[in-house]
Design a protein around this ligand. Structure first.
Ligand code: SF4
Length: 351
């Protein structure tokens, strides 16, 4: 096996130069745009993120445009991407950049990491890709590549192992072309050094790979399984009244600021849900069951039963409004409530 300090980056960059996926954030040197892309890519596949990225930058082309926008507009453009805290933090950071940094994104790992929502990975990625800083960006893809290349066989969930892996990643970063190198490492992890069985025959850095030599690449990285997500049974109510439906702005940490249909935990049937709604000040009676839906968050799974309710007259509640079809389409509604939204739109379309 060859020493990774000599020739590794050259081989990787030559492979990257010979052809890679055309992704919109690779066509810009604008640090703001690169930052937006890195936040989107934290939990989202590149192919999915590309459309969101284009729409987001068309609406908020600069840090100041994002800083000045109403939060609802930002959440609406994030609708469907999930992990909405990312969008709120992105805007909070944009406001901080405007107020404390004269509108310019910091160009160091430390400066970036001081902004809301920017952790070690994003700080390293933006510093390296946008500013050419010699920093490592260790996301899930790069973690896998480095664990295999350097033969790191302990559980990468252990903090000391994670730190060792990060140091190993930093040692590999070359002195120049850091931006392309960072993209190339991510590209390798996303297209060749795949989870499960990597395509080692097509790997440009196979000569440097410890795991390939040892024959255990498919077993790395080792990671203890996390706890299984908690199951929650929720009753969800589409409450109709005079051609409108009742929606509420969420105040909870999960999906904060997004709009939802009234719902309650452990409301097993229509009557149970009616009682829970009454406790929330919603006077409505159940008409029929509309269907079921399931949504998986990181730590929770919502198993939802969706019911149609009717209210005699529209009433006022804090952080709530009665939406017609047009307003419903305009509000930022999370994917978890997508099925309920479709039922609501169908009900509103029925005379
Ligand atoms: S040789 Fe195989 S395991 Fe090693 S870095 Fe390349 S693709 Fe990954």
């Amino acid at each position: 096996m060859e020493d990774a300090r000599h020739g590794f980056a050259e081989k990787l960059l030559a492979w990257y130069d010979a052809g890679h996926r055309a992704l919109p954030w690779r066509e810009t040197g604008d640090p703001y745009a690169i930052w937006v892309s890195e936040i989107m890519l934290q939990q989202t596949r590149a192919e999915t993120a590309a459309g969101y990225y284009r729409r987001f930058l068309a609406r908020f082309p600069t840090v100041s445009a994002l800083a000045e926008a109403p939060e609802q507009d930002v959440l609406k453009l994030w609708e469907g991407l999930g992990y909405y805290t990312r969008a709120r933090n992105l805007q909070a950071a944009a406001r901080r950049v405007m107020s404390d940094c004269s509108g310019c994104l910091p160009d160091t790992v430390q400066g970036l990491a001081a902004l809301p929502g920017i952790g070690p990975y994003t700080a390293g990625a933006v510093a390296a890709i946008a500013f050419g800083r010699r920093a490592a960006a260790v996301d899930g893809n790069v973690e896998r590549v480095v664990a295999r290349l350097r033969g790191i066989r302990q559980d990468v969930g252990i903090p000391s192992v994670r730190r060792a892996l990060r140091r190993a990643a930093e040692e590999l970063v070359p002195g120049d072309r850091v931006s392309d190198y960072t993209n190339a490492m991510m590209e390798l992890g996303a297209t060749v050094c795949l989870p499960g069985t990597p395509d080692c025959g097509a790997c440009p850095v196979a000569a440097f790979c410890d795991a390939l030599e040892a024959g255990d690449a498919d077993l790395l990285p080792r990671k203890q399984r996390g706890r299984a997500p908690r199951q929650e049974a929720r009753g969800v109510a589409v409450v109709c009244c005079a051609g409108r439906v009742l929606v509420q702005r969420r105040l909870e940490r999960l999906l904060h600021g997004m709009w939802q249909f009234p719902n309650a935990l452990d409301a097993a049937d229509a009557q149970g849900l009616a009682r829970a709604l009454a406790d929330q000040g919603i006077a409505a009676h159940p008409l029929r069951r509309l269907g079921e839906a399931r949504h998986v968050f990181t730590h929770i799974i919502w198993q939802m039963r969706i019911y149609l309710f009717a209210a005699e007259t529209p009433f006022e509640l804090p952080e709530s409004l009665w939406a017609d079809a047009e307003a419903l389409r305009a509000l930022p509604i999370p994917t978890a409530m997508c099925a309920a939204k479709q039922y609501a739109l169908a009900c509103l379309a029925t005379p």
